[in-house]
Design a protein around this ligand. Structure first.
Ligand SMILES: [Ca+2]
Ligand SMILES: [Ca+2]
Ligand SMILES: [Ca+2]
Ligand SMILES: [Ca+2]
Length: 391
C-alpha cells in the first residue's frame, strides 16, 4: 500500500515542485454520535517539502488525511472508534461530535516530488501523530508532519512467546529482518534493541526512544559494506543459533540461523553462527524479550547515548528517533498502554497471543510497513524463520 522508492534527502530538497491542490474540505460523519465536542487540528509541515504561508506563518498541509482513534470507545471488538477527515486549505482538520476522552491522531499526505537526477515524478509521504486529550467543547491542537522514515530493512517477524511447553523454555526466540528493496543493503553496524517496558507520559514529545539492551552487527555503521542483505532476503537472528528441539521437542531448530545474539559479558556459548553482540557491559543477559508485551527497535547504530539510571542502578540508553529504521511493539492486550512512541509504531502486533503458545507475528506481506503494527502484522500459528507465511 505505502511503497515508495527511497530517495536521498539531497535529491528531494532540490527537486520539489509545488503541486498542492486546494482540496475541498471533505468531512465524514463520525460513526458514533455520542459527543458534541469539536476538535481542530492545525497541521504544520516540518519536512521542508512544503512552503511556509506568509500570512499563516507556517507551512500548511492542505488535503492531509487525519485519523482520530479513541482510546476508550470501540465500534466493534478490538476496533477503536475512528473518525476521519481531510484538512482544509489552511491545513486545518476539523472533527465534530467527538466524545471527550483520550485519542491518538495521525495525519498523512502524499506529496508529489521531482526526482532531480532522472526528472521523474514520484510521491513521498509526510506523516505526523500524537496523543490528544479532549477535555473541552472545543479543542485546538497542532500536529507537525515530517518525512516518514522509510527504511529498506525492516523487522519482518518477531517470535517471542516461546514454544508450547511446561518448562518455561523460551530460548528459541528470534528476530527476522527483511530487505524490502531491489538493491543490496548492508547490516554493518546496525543495532537491535529491546525497549524499556514502561509507559512514559513524555514519550511522544522527546526525540529518543529508551532501551535496555543494545546488540550490534559487526562493521562500521552507515558506511560499512561487509555484511550485505540482498534484495528481498530474510535474515534470522536467533537468541541462540542451536537446535532447541533437543531440549524441548516443540521448540525450533535454529541451528541454521544467519546470526545469533551473543553477550560476551557473561559465560554464554558462542555457537558457529556469526554474532550480533551486546555492547552494554552492564547487561549480563542474552537478547531475551518479554513473552507478552515489549518492543524491538532496529537503528542505524549511530549517536545512541546513556540516559537515565534505573532505581536498581541499571543504565538505560537513548536511541535518537532519527536513527531508527524500524520499531515494533507487541502486546497480547490491545488496551495496554503504549510503551513505544506512536511516531515509531502507532499500534500493537501480537494481540491475543499467550505465553508458550508457539505463535509468532509477521508482516502481512514481506516488508509491509505503515508504522502501525496493528495493521501491518498478523499472528502466525507457527513461526517462519527465514521465509514468509503464504499470503
Ligand atoms: Ca545468545
Ligand atoms: Ca556465534
Ligand atoms: Ca516501521
Ligand atoms: Ca518469517
Amino acid at each position: 500500500m505505502f511503497r515508495f522508492r527511497i530517495f536521498s534527502l539531497v535529491a528531494l530538497t532540490i527537486g520539489i515542485i509545488s503541486l498542492l491542490q486546494m482540496n475541498a474540505c471533505v468531512k465524514q460523519e463520525p460513526t458514533q454520535v455520542d459527543g458534541r465536542n469539536v476538535l481542530k487540528i492545525v497541521i504544520k509541515d516540518h519536512s521542508g517539502l512544503l512552503e511556509t504561508n506568509d500570512s499563516l506563518h507556517y507551512a500548511p498541509v492542505p488535503g492531509a488525511k487525519a485519523i482520530l482513534k479513541s482510546k476508550y470507545y470501540y465500534q466493534a471488538p478490538n476496533q477503536p472508534a475512528t473518525f476521519t477527515t481531510v484538512a482544509d486549505s489552511n491545513g486545518i482538520a476539523e472533527f465534530k461530535n467527538i466524545p471527550l476522552g483520550d485519542y491518538t491522531i495521525s495525519v498523512e499526505k502524499k506529496i508529489p516530488v521531482l526526482v532531480k537526477d532522472t526528472g521523474d515524478m514520484d510521491t513521498v509521504t509526510v506523516r505526523g501523530s500524537q496523543i490528544l486529550n479532549i477535555l473541552d467543547v472545543e479543542t485546538i491542537d497542532t500536529v507537525k508532519t515530517e518525512l516518514a522514515k522509510a527504511s529498506d530493512i525492516v523487522i519482518n517477524e518477531l517470535y517471542y512467546c516461546g514454544p508450547e511447553n511446561k518448562a518455561h523454555y523460551f530460548y528459541d526466540q528470534f528476530v527476522e529482518l527483511y530487505n524490502n528493496s531491489d538493491s543490496t543493503r548492508y547490516l554493518d553496524g546496525l543495532i537491535i534493541c529491546r525497549g524499556l517496558q514502561k509507559h512514559k507520559p513524555n514519550m511522544d514529545s522527546v526525540d529518543y526512544v529508551q532501551v535496555i539492551y543494545i546488540y550490534q552487527f559487526p562493521g562500521v555503521p552507515k558506511t560499512g559494506r561487509d555484511y550485505p542483505i540482498f534484495p528481498h532476503q530474510f535474515v534470522v537472528i536467533a537468541q541462540d543459533a542451536i537446535d532447541h528441539s533437543q531440549f524441548v521437542d516443540t521448540a525450533l531448530d535454529l541451528s541454521n540461523a544467519d546470526w545469533e545474539f551473543y553477550n560476551p559479558y557473561y559465560s554464554e556459548v558462542d555457537n558457529p553462527a556469526p554474532n550480533v553482540t551486546n555492547v552494554i557491559p552492564d547487561n549480563s543477559t542474552d537478547f531475551m524479550i518479554n513473552l507478552v508485551h515489549n518492543d524491538v527497535i532496529l537503528a542505524d547504530g549511530t549517536d545512541y547515548y546513556p540516559g537515565e539510571v534505573s532505581d536498581h542502578g541499571y543504565q538505560y540508553y537513548h536511541i535518537p528517533i532519527n536513527t531508527i529504521l524500524d520499531g515494533v511493539e507487541y502486546s497480547a492486550n490491545p488496551n495496554s498502554q503504549k510503551e513505544l512512541t506512536v511516531r515509531v509504531d502507532a499500534g500493537f502486533a501480537g494481540v491475543g497471543i499467550s505465553k508458550y503458545s508457539g505463535k509468532s507475528v509477521e508482516r502481512r506481506t514481506p516488508g509491509f510497513d505503515t508504522n502501525n503494527s496493528s495493521l501491518d502484522f498478523i499472528v502466525l500459528d507457527h513461526p517462519t524463520p527465514g521465509y514468509s507465511h503464504e499470503y
